[in-house]
Ligand binder design. Sequence first.
Ligand code: F3S
Length: 424
Amino acid sequence: MRLSDDEKAMRDGRDGPAVARAMDLLIRYGEALGADALVETHNVCGTVTASTPFLRDFALKAGGLDAVYSEFNLDSAEVVPVPKVRAFSSHLQLGFDPHHPADMGVTEDVVQFYRRSEAMVSKMGVQMMNTCTPYQLGNVPTRGEHCAWMESSAVVYINSVLGARTNTEGRESTSAAMITCRIPDWGYHRDEPRRATLGVTLETPVETVEDWGLLGYWMGEWVQERVPAVRGIGSMPNLPRLKHFGAAASSSGGIELFHLVGVTPEAPTWEAAFGGAAPHELRAYGAGERAATLERINATGRDTQVDYVMLGCPHYTIEQIWEAAQLLEGRRVHANCALWIWTPRAIKDLADRNGYTAVIESAGGRILTDSCSAMSRAVPSGTKVVACDSAKQAHYLPAILGLQAWFGTTAQCVEAACTGRWHG
Ligand code: F3S
């Protein structure tokens, strides 16, 4: 791998042992990928905190949080002191909501261990956003900006909606990037892999959040890890629609970048999305594809009695909380059902101030933060049947927790929460 003088100096220990271990990791990782250089990044999103019983026990045996950080963030058997970050770095979602340990099935000592680790990570200079949607909280990369982000739904959003450049990174590579401002120059950092190779023509209106989730789910199943272009949109999709679309596409498939003609900065036209080349394959998405996809997502749904309604995957925006509060105003969540809405802490603060939390809580619902049911593997006790307005969550909860899942609109989900039944 070609290294600049600055990178060689970091590798050789000029900036301390943690940076040297991080450079060693990035060089090994880049060579495995076939990258011949590193690219500079000043925007990193990853996971640094420790929050599991396994890591707590490891810390006790191996010598504290420095040892956990060295082993699990830098892949270093040598224990190095935790450094400060150089890149603007944001923390992604956690494995539980630390404000509600009993609901999350975690013990108080694991929460205490997490809090020590969170204090260490904020001292490093990492922004403790604790969300899969850092772009809601002010981390909004610009077109062409090289980033190093984890979390598939966030990666596809910033690549495709904002025109930023990132691959789907991992805990170790983002940790190394935070302290070196480098990541392998490979994949979606380069022009050629960003060009679309497959084309979708819309032949049915795609308007609602549900419509966008279904289109994304259908497209991900077909495209897998390739890059699609989509033409024929009617009205311009807003942030909740685009976040649902990408999250669904990266769940049924592994899409990290799509070109939505007229939305994606690199796709002002169909031709531009393909960089002048011909598509390898074209498919049409019509009413038949939509109906078949809805049936497939709902394949696990058998019982119409619903135990749990989960909203907020990816984490709800304030607009979506406002909408849910309006749907719930003056109603009551059914005695046999629970309603949990997941959002970043900063947005919950806004919901508190706006009075939406009070409306939702007086209806019997709750707003939770920092995590989600799929990440925390936490659902209200006794849950067998869940309803959600997210194709991603409907995809994962049956696989992770063996639940039956119903997918539909937010209004259908609120109706299910208030009646305890899925009406479809
Ligand atoms: Fe976010 Fe959890 Fe969905 S982390 S994207 S709410 S699976």
